[in-house]
Design a protein around this ligand. Sequence first.
Ligand code: 6PG
Length: 241
Amino acid sequence: MVRLIHSLTDMQEAAADAIAAHGQWCVNQYGCFIWLLCGGSTPGPIFRLLSEAPYSKEPFWRKTHFYWGDERCVPPDSELSNFRMARENLLDRLHIPDSRIHRMAAEQQDLDLAAKQYESILPAVPDLVLLGIGADGHIASIFPGSPALRETKRRVMAVEGPQYVQSRCRMTITPLVLLEARKVLVVATGADKAAVVMRALRIEGDVNKTPARLAHDTDWLLDGAAGKEIIEEAKREIKRR
Ligand code: 6PG
């Protein structure tokens, strides 16, 4: 389901609501909430909202285990680290114990071994995979043309991103994990995402060029700016009728 919420702050609040509601539902149903986080700038404000009342008071946090969908090959205290961004905006503020934080050790020398080790601790059925979307159409660290798009066995792998990304060396989940997840939520804000959101959600398209099409039929939460081309297309469709 694609939800477009014009105001950025309202969209961020809706994302926090959706995550908290799903987290509580999973704890009620299964006794825990396995949440794969993402990096980038979009989720930061959403994490911050979740770390404050009323969300911070929710009981499901005590049964939540935090994993990552991707990580850069940097130390966990690097300003490029997805783990550090989540620690500063959410985990420390909720006082989550280390026992329930399972970061990707992507700073390891032997990244293939580290990916194998991470795969061995990643639960078979994640309850939620939270994704941002890059302007080039990547999700997690599955970039256009990535070998991860053709992976049929591994659930976590070492990849090298394109020249234009920060920290080309990455660890990422593969599309298999998206297929296993109970819920995938893609969050996108800002006018610079309007074109790629359209490419990801239109009926036809090439996953190799726009990996976000892997999440084509999952849940999307957009602010007005990121949803602009979707709205324009819907208006054109109505005029054509
Ligand atoms: C990463 C992220 C990545 C991110 C997109 C969108 O490690 O870079 O996991 O997949 O979600 O690049 O990033 P923004 O939210 O900053 O646009």
